[in-house]
Design a protein around this ligand. Structure first.
Ligand code: UTP
Length: 460
């Protein structure tokens, strides 16, 4: 108890009211992490939200393989695809999904992967991803291992959902749990439960390195001959898993860590942005980006720092192994969190400091990192918020627009492709039928009997 009170003296009077068993439980939960680490975390929390002056480095736009480069360097683009296909066919690629987040902004009661995301069949995000992986298995004749990171908050419900749904017909699934960190009130007191215990929370997507190592998943990957991980977040049903062009470019460049980017829609879009400082590629969270840099324009009037993060990465297993040994910095995000207030003796939801590791802090350690620009309309529409931008509504609209656009591009009489959801045909295409326009065109042309009506059409 002495150590606990040394860090949180405000709780001295309250701890005197605890019986022996309660005090023991509290101490046990506190000792889950070493005291030295507690001291370091407390210092991080005290420094939070103090305006950081960014070092005066030269901020440059990073190099990126753009949509235009794809057109101009079409031979290279095609060769990259062949190389990617080969890698995939040899069973050297697996999927890695991070699904341990609390999903506070969405407020969905359960793991975000269970949000019913598709318009017609109301499939969950997990089912959509499972179908993508099954389609790859069929197309390339390989086993697709799928590693999913959960947290103490999402693990049980995720496991139960997969079990109830017969693993969504996937065969090589590996669920593993991430680590945890405490959180603090704005006054710097650690969050507690009413038992009383110290409450711990998922340690951020950057916790993936340590979690893969500590749960034995890195060993499994090595055993299965997996060399490259197609990493994606649980919230984007448009993700193009194991994109062979992307894979090929990543391998050609001998990159440790590659990322798909989209062009920012406006200076204030809430998305992390890639910058180069002293020849090192970094990702700056929108909250950390100084305004003069966010609004900086090129001569042509475009945003100078325009490459927004989609969190779709290709990561080499060898790099995951190396990063499991590194210490990443801790970020503090301000979130409304439920907790038990020992002084008020009641539960409350207040603005708190959540401590997290971010995966992109690994970037400066990566050799030859590659950025590939992709078309947002085709690949990126995350479900983050209850309403407005990046909500379930915008995501459904984007899925429908994408499928309508594929019909238009095939020369079919659907002239609503880019319009609002109200004007587009309400339809759904399973990844098992096609997951990109080129495959869609092939599949559609091969259909002997074509459906005559698009409204409520489902293709699988
Ligand atoms: P977000 O940054 O969107 O966070 O996570 P979140 O926790 O899901 O949602 P909010 O911010 O509370 O509303 C991006 C991705 O990283 C995963 C999430 O599951 C999501 O796929 N993630 C986040 C983890 O796996 N673990 C974490 O500790 C945090």
């Amino acid at each position: 108890m002495r150590n606990f009170l040394q860090l949180f003296p405000e709780l001295r009077t309250w701890t005197q009211t605890l019986d022996l068993e309660q005090a023991h439980r509290l101490c046990q939960s506190f000792e889950k992490i070493p005291f030295r680490e507690w001291q370091a975390l407390k210092i991080v929390s005290q420094k939070a939200f103090k305006k950081k002056s960014l070092p005066a480095k030269r901020w440059m736009q990073p190099a990126c393989f753009t949509l235009e480069d794809r057109r101009v360097q079409s031979t290279l683009w095609q060769q990259a695809e062949s190389r990617g296909i080969q890698h995939l066919r040899h069973g050297k690629v697996a999927a890695l999904t991070v699904a341990g987040g609390l999903g506070t902004r969405l407020g969905f009661p359960g793991p975000k992967g269970l949000v019913l995301v598709t318009p017609l069949k109301r499939k969950t995000l997990f089912q959509v991803f499972a179908e993508k992986l099954r389609a790859i298995e069929k197309l390339y004749g390989v086993r697709m291992h799928w590693f999913i990171m959960t947290s103490s908050d999402t693990h049980e419900a995720t496991w139960e959902a997969f079990q109830k749904n017969h693993w969504y017909d996937t065969q090589y699934l590996h669920l593993f749990q991430q680590g945890e960190l405490p959180a603090f009130t704005m006054d710097g007191i650690c969050l507690l439960t009413d038992e009383p215990r110290v409450n711990y929370y998922p340690d951020g997507h950057g916790g993936v390195f340590k979690a893969l190592a500590s749960t034995g998943c890195l060993d499994k990957m090595s055993e299965y001959g997996i060399e490259t991980l197609s990493y994606f977040q649980v919230d984007n049903p448009l993700v193009y898993v194991c994109d062979c062009h992307f894979l090929g470019l990543h391998l050609d460049r001998v990159s440790d860590f590659s990322t798909k980017v989209v062009t920012k829609t406006s200076a204030d879009e809430k998305v992390g942005v890639f910058v180069n400082t002293e020849d090192v590629l970094r990702l700056l969270e929108y909250s950390e980006m100084p305004e003069f840099l966010s609004v900086k324009k090129t001569k042509e009037g475009q945003l100078y720092f325009k490459f927004g993060n989609t969190a779709m990465h290709l990561i080499q297993r060898s790099f995951l192994e190396a990063m499991a040994e590194e210490k990443l910095p801790i970020h503090i995000t301000c979130k409304t969190m439920q907790h038990w207030h020992p002084l008020r003796q009641s539960h409350c939801a207040t603005s708190c400091q959540k401590l997290e590791y971010f995966i992109f802090d690994a970037l400066p350690f990566a050799k030859n990192p590659l950025l590939l620009e992709v078309d947002r309309k085709e690949e990126f529409s995350p479900v983050k918020n209850t309403q407005g931008q990046d909500s379930l509504d915008t995501c459904m609209r984007d899925q429908i627009s994408r499928w309508n656009r594929w019909f238009v591009n095939c020369g079919l009489n659907v002239d609503h492709g880019d319009k609002e959801i109200n004007n587009a045909y309400y339809l759904e295409i399973s990844p098992l039928f096609a997951d990109d326009y080129i495959s869609f065109k092939k599949m559609w042309n091969a259909l002997v009997t074509k459906p005559g009506c698009f409204e409520n059409l489902y293709l699988e």
